[in-house]
Structure formats: structure tokens, C-alpha cells
Design a protein around this ligand. Structure first.
Ligand code: GLN
Length: 545
């Protein structure tokens, strides 16, 4: 019989509820427990695929092609486990399926209500995921904070599951924040007390309170929370902001969260975070550093490139270096001299993106990397920028472009496939999720992966246009990864350059702290070989026309 852990948030959002959830997953998995994690998001969008990065940060994509909340990325990285589409549930999905069923007449004349119809559907989705995963424990994180209007049916669903299940089968973890009042030099527990009162008013008494703070949390504060919130003393777990998110499982285990959860849920297994601890030690004690630029449209908003940032960190762990990221606005790459913006960087990443703003700046970044021999990794749109750049400046196709940005171009080197041309719905209509990619023997890509076939995750509409394949190949741009039938170019790489490679997919989505993605690992290796502050102008590798 599986066990259920429900994680809710109190006081404010953005205090690391997702990291706490992922960390608890890691703690249990390291103790030999089979774990799965599910995110329950109360918003009405069916998925975050249609939301702006300003609203929602990065859209994470599962292997089976769901566009999900970025917390799924944390869960996969901490668990080192792929999660299915069902691991991401939104109110939008729940309403959608209930209303579809109502239209079909499935409810036989009944009145459709939040309770029991929405709650039943939500319960069905929670039980379905834990069953399919054959997990001992499912951790369900509820997005937002307790008290949000749209989250009420989620809290009610949790209450019902707790009521249905035997007492030792469920656990409620409430993650709150302790504000620090400078004038009094004191951490305050009152907002936590209020938030727990709110949770109780909906029928849930928390078993564990994780008290987040930017300051040291003295034991008296924890005792006060325990007393006023009616939680066992050792179940109030202080969690100060850590140096790195990967340290959080170690801190929580050290503070007794693992022991408490195991005992309460009647699970058996000893702590096993030694390997994880070693990984964190390497991360915190780098032997050197490397400077890379990430050229994007939303660089002021780090969450938009969360998985890219994490993948760089993982590659740094593998090489024992600290990866310093210079976040470069792609519009700056248009308005200013690229050399002044990118001076001294040892590697350049152009990540994925949509929309025209900053597009020419991304092409300028690719040109700078090519002409100056700076290692370059293009991720989806970043590969498309690299292809357009070579077409324009090496093949001499001056107006080469992607039809996403110039539908009238005479040289559409990036274009839509027929099946994408008639798509009108925005949601869920891209090439999404895992597709196989065959690697060309002897290529940089094949050498990096060390195998000849890989599965990688996609999220895009536009593709490399095969009409230009030979011409680009003659210019040194090789299709080193293709779909198994050879019809789709999945990886392009430039011959005679230390490392210039673009992927139509998003390798960053599959990188794990203990298993860095091979392309990121080799990109960082190339960046390290370039050496710090190396002036680039002298070693131009391909002559521009
Ligand atoms: N906008 C481009 C496309 O749809 C690239 C998408 C991306 O970078 N994920 O093909």
C-alpha cells in the first residue's frame, strides 16, 4: 500500500517549497524507498506551455512530452528519475476533463460541483500516478500558498485522502517562512501560526513544519512553533537558505526530517546520502573557474533558463570548476559591439526561445563564436541561429532566415514541416518530448555521448530545412545527429572549430547533478581548454564572406 506525503506552503511563495519537496524525495530514495513526486498546480491553464516566462519561468518538458512546471525539473534532478506527464496536474486539466465528461452526459443529469466532482478527479489523478510508478511513497506538492482561493479544492482533496487512508499512510508537511525584523533583531513565528491555523480550518493538521529563513533559526523559535502549531518538537525543521540547492537534502536529513518521516510512515531504511554529499562537496570546493556567456531574451529572469543554469552547474561539478555565467541580453548583442559584450568569455550558450526580439543578437553571438573560435552550444533556437549565421556569412545567402522571423525570406534555412503548417491551437502542438537521434560516427556529438543512438527531449515547431543540407555541409556545417531515418536534422556541428554545436532538442532537460549531460560536459571541457581571458580575434576559423 503506497504512502502519501502532501507538501503545502504558507506565508509566502518562492521560499523553496519545490526544492524541499525534491530534497525529501532524494532523502527517501537514498534510504531505498521507491519514490515518485507530483506537482498539483491550482491555476486554470491546462499546462504552462502557453504562459510567458515572465509569469512562469521555464517550461519543463517530460520524456513523454508534457509541458510542465519547472519544479518537475527539480524533482527529476534530485531523484535522478524521469517522471511521467501525470506528475504535473493543474486545475485547468481537472476542470477540462470534468466538463468534457459533463458534455458527454456521463454524469446522468447530476449537478456538477467542486466537491465531489473536481476532488474525485484530482484523487483519481493522484492514485493513478502512484499506481503506475509502483512507488512506496508519492510526494504531492501543492503550488501556491494555503489560503489561495483556487487552491481550495486541492486542500480538500488532501483532506479526503488523509481521511480515507490508514493513519500511518499519510503525512502533511507545511513549508513556511520566518520573516526577520531588523529593528527587533528577531525572527517572527506569527505568520507561520496564522498559516497553520488556515490549514487546520480546512481540516488538515500538519505533521511537519519546515521553517525557511534567511537567518539562523534558534531552537527556541522551533519550540515556539511546535507548541503553538501543535506539532512535535523534532518535527519542526529549521531550514536556512543554503549555499546551493543541492545541499538541502543533506541539511534536512541532518536535522532529522528523514528519521521522522520514516518512523511516522512506518518505513524501513538507513540514510544513504554519502554519494550525494560527495557531489555537494565537489560543487562547493571547485579547483578553478570558467566564464561562459548565456545570450538570451529573458536573462534578467533566471528562472527562464533554470535547466540551462543547472546543466552548467552539473558540468562544472564533473570538471571540478565553478562555472561563472555572464547573462547577456540578446538585444545588447544587436546594439553593441559583440566583442565588448563577450570579451573574455570562454564559451557561449544561446538557449531556446520564441519570438523575434533579440533574434539578430543571437545570430551575432553565433558569428562571434565562429569567427573567434569560442566554444558554442546552441540549444534549439540557438542551433537555428547558428545555422542561419553560417548560411548568411559563410554560404553567402544574405537574407537566410527562419520563417518564424521572416516568412518571406528567399532562403528559409529553418522552416516548418508540413504537419506544423496548419496548426492553429497554441497549446501542446509543438514537437514535444523524446525523439531518437542517430549520431554520425566520428563526429563531436558521437564522441561526446560515446554511443550511437540517444533519446532527447524536444519543444519546438521549426526545423532545419533539408533543401539547404548539402550547401551548409559544403560550408562545414554537418548534420551530426539526425532522426533514425535521416529526415530530420537534430544536431549540427561546425568542422574545424574547437566546439561549435547546436541541438534541435533541449539537452539541459536531461542533465543531472550526478550525471551531467555529455554535451554540456564537453562544452565546458572545451571552454576550459580555451583558457581564461584568451583574446579571440587572432584565431578566426572560417572566413566570412
Ligand atoms: N522558436 C523555435 C521553434 O519553435 C525554437 C524553440 C525553442 O528554442 N524551444 O522552433
Amino acid at each position: 500500500m503506497p504512502k502519501f506525503i502532501f507538501v503545502t506552503g504558507g506565508v509566502v511563495s518562492s521560499v523553496g517549497k519545490g526544492i524541499t519537496t525534491a530534497s525529501l524525495g532524494r532523502i527517501l530514495k537514498s534510504r531505498g524507498i521507491r519514490v515518485t513526486i507530483q506537482k498539483l498546480d491550482p491555476y486554470l491553464n491546462v499546462d504552462p506551455g502557453t504562459m510567458s516566462p515572465y509569469q512562469h519561468g521555464e517550461v519543463f518538458v517530460t520524456a513523454d512530452g508534457a509541458e510542465t512546471d519547472l519544479d518537475l525539473g527539480h524533482y527529476e534532478r534530485f531523484l535522478d528519475q524521469d517522471l511521467p506527464a501525470g506528475a504535473s496536474v493543474t486545475s485547468g486539466q481537472v476542470y477540462f476533463s470534468v466538463i468534457e465528461r459533463e458534455r458527454r452526459g456521463d454524469y446522468l443529469g447530476g449537478t456538477i460541483q467542486a466537491v465531489p466532482h473536481l476532488t474525485d478527479e484530482l484523487k483519481r489523478r493522484i492514485y493513478a500516478v502512484v499506481e503506475a510508478a509502483e512507488a512506496d511513497v508519492i510526494i504531492c506538492e501543492v503550488g501556491g500558498t494555503v489560503g489561495d482561493i483556487e487552491g481550495q479544492s486541492f486542500i480538500e482533496t488532501i483532506r479526503q485522502i488523509r481521511h480515507e487512508q490508514p493513519r500511518n499512510n499519510t503525512l502533511s508537511v507545511h513549508v513556511t517562512f520566518l520573516p526577520y525584523i531588523g529593528a527587533a533583531r528577531e525572527l517572527k513565528t506569527k505568520p507561520t501560526q496564522h498559516s497553520v491555523r488556515e490549514l487546520r480550518s480546512m481540516g488538515i493538521q500538519p505533521d511537519v513544519i519546515v521553517a525557511r529563513s534567511d537567518h539562523h533559526v534558534p531552537r527556541e523559535i522551533c519550540d515556539k512553533i511546535a507548541q503553538y502549531c501543535d506539532v512535535q518538537h523534532h518535527a519542526v525543521i529549521p531550514l536556512e537558505t543554503a549555499d546551493t540547492i543541492y545541499e538541502v537534502p543533506l541539511l534536512l536529513e541532518q536535522r532529522g526530517l528523514g528519521d521522522f518521516v520514516m518512523e511516522r510512515l512506518k518505513l524501513m531504511g538507513m540514510p544513504g546520502l554519502a554519494d550525494w554529499g560527495e557531489m555537494v562537496h565537489r560543487l562547493k570546493h571547485p579547483a578553478g573557474e570558467v566564464d561562459v556567456a548565456v545570450v538570451g531574451k529573458y536573462v534578467e529572469l533566471r528562472d527562464a533558463y533554470l535547466s540551462v543554469n543547472e546543466a552548467l552547474t552539473h558540468a562544472g561539478i564533473a570538471h571540478n570548476v565553478d562555472v561563472n555565467v555572464r547573462w547577456v541580453h540578446s538585444e545588447d548583442m544587436q546594439a553593441r559591439d559583440p566583442a565588448s559584450v563577450l570579451d573574455g568569455v570562454q564559451g557561449i550558450i544561446v538557449p531556446g526561445g520564441f519570438g523575434e526580439r533579440g533574434w539578430e543578437g543571437k545570430i551575432n553571438a553565433a558569428r562571434y563564436a565562429r569567427e573567434h573560435g569560442v566554444p558554442y552550444l546552441g540549444l534549439c533556437l540557438g542551433m537555428q541561429a547558428m545555422v542561419v549565421e553560417v548560411a548568411r556569412n559563410v554560404c553567402g545567402l544574405g537574407d537566410a532566415n527562419s520563417t518564424e522571423f521572416d516568412p518571406e525570406t528567399q532562403n528559409p534555412v529553418i522552416s516548418l514541416l508540413d504537419e506544423q503548417r496548419d496548426v492553429t491551437d497554441m497549446g501542446g502542438t509543438m514537437r514535444l518530448g523524446h525523439y531518437p537521434c542517430r549520431l554520425q560516427p566520428g563526429s563531436l556529438a558521437a564522441g561526446s555521448y560515446g554511443v550511437d543512438m540517444v533519446l532527447e527531449r524536444h519543444r519546438h515547431r521549426w526545423e532545419f530545412n533539408n533543401t539547404y543540407r548539402d550547401q551548409l555541409q559544403a560550408a562545414g556545417l554537418h548534420a551530426s545527429g539526425t532522426s533514425p531515418d535521416g529526415s530530420l536534422v537534430e544536431i549540427s556541428e561546425l568542422a574545424g572549430h574547437p566546439f561549435m554545436l547546436g541541438t534541435q532538442f533541449h539537452p539541459e532537460l536531461q542533465s543531472r547533478p550526478n550525471r551531467p549531460h555529455p554535451l554540456f560536459r564537453e562544452f565546458i571541457r572545451a571552454a576550459m581548454e580555451r583558457g581564461a581571458g584568451q583574446p579571440g580575434a587572432a584565431e578566426s576559423v572560417a572566413v566570412s564572406q
